[in-house]
Design a binder for this molecule. Sequence first.
Ligand code: SF4
Length: 433
Amino acid sequence: MTKTPTILKQQETAARTEEEPPGRTFMGSEAEEEPPGTTAVTCRNKFFSHIPERDWNNWKWHFQHRITTIDELAKFIPLSTKEQAYLNLVITKYPLSITPHYLSLIDPCDPEDPIRKQAIPDFKEIALAGMGREDPLEEKRDSVVPGLVHRYPDRVLMVLTNLCPMLCRHCTRKREWRHGVWVRTPAEIEAMLDYIRKNKTVRDVVISGGDPLTLSTQRLEAVLSKLRKIPHVEIIRIGTRFPVVLPQRIDDELCNMLSKYGPIWLNTHFNHPREITPQSAQACDRLLRSGIPVNNQSVLLRGINDTVATQTKLCQGLLKIKVRPYYLFQGDEVQGTEHLRTPVETGIKIIEGMRGYTSGLAIPTFVIDLPDGGGKIPIQPDYVMSQIGKDLILRNYQGNVFHFRNPVGLSQTRSVRRNGNGKRANPLQAQLL
Ligand code: SF4
């Protein structure tokens, strides 16, 4: 039976969470980025120099002081009266939430700033609202109990809350922002766990956004400890943007708790090299030292990270902080995000422009999460130019052409085949016979 999640007023929940708390093709701008960390320090001084270090390093302070109104935002970012009026309209449909940490990364004087575009609403979110769908991945359809999506045979997705410290303008689950903040009740969580207990094919549980780390460490531990008691659950994955938007959350208490319930893998969401700051690097380092591998899933976003230069710098920067670039997502067909979506060709050209010029370890898999719950598929540049018989004509990253002798399959070499002279055929002859 479907139960409605507990609806809490945003303020109440915020308070409670506080307690619990082709070739090398370059596209777009090629402007040099600032070195990681520089902007964070500069803008922290500009906006928040009066905040004591103790508060600045306290994630609960950041959470409590999220910027959620246009009036507050206008104190930091120059906005005309007309812009403020437009943005007030936007946030009636798609609310605003920015942490002071993330705000400190924004260049307030640059309307095209890639950090700003991820955090500050845009009138196009409602102007282009006719394009896209609320739930293109059909997560509601594939929910087996409220909050639990079972699409692939061996894994499930648990969504424990719709609350995130920052509301990313490109979010696939923007549909969840509108009806107040909710956190799954203990009974709802028990129903999810019960489903997993009964379904022995589930070996991988993903707990993802709304951001699960908005729950208090104790509440999260209550879920993880029960999951860990289910023998067929081999791995737990946590999807969180905290290391990027509020890295102070990754404290010793959290890491000590997580380290008890491994193997836990953590997927985070850096989209731009300027998000890699000393604080975010420290957060990832803490997780890694606690035995939690950290991977990155970024979304390809127009005017934000849609160039070879930016993606290369992002992925190389991630490797420097020991985070593996895992996926680069094509933007989903989500209502209110059309202005940030790029053509699929852009992603293919970015991967093509990276391959060969940097380590394969730095190259994420470019994927489309198919509409209607079709699942994720990798999209790659094609390096096979043609096939002659069994052999392949391939091109490399520089566009040079190579003939590749394709080994004959073992099953074909096992059966004895005879050539025109009645002698045993060699493997290539056998293929052609
Ligand atoms: S952190 Fe993830 S779930 Fe939350 S708003 Fe950003 S993209 Fe959406």
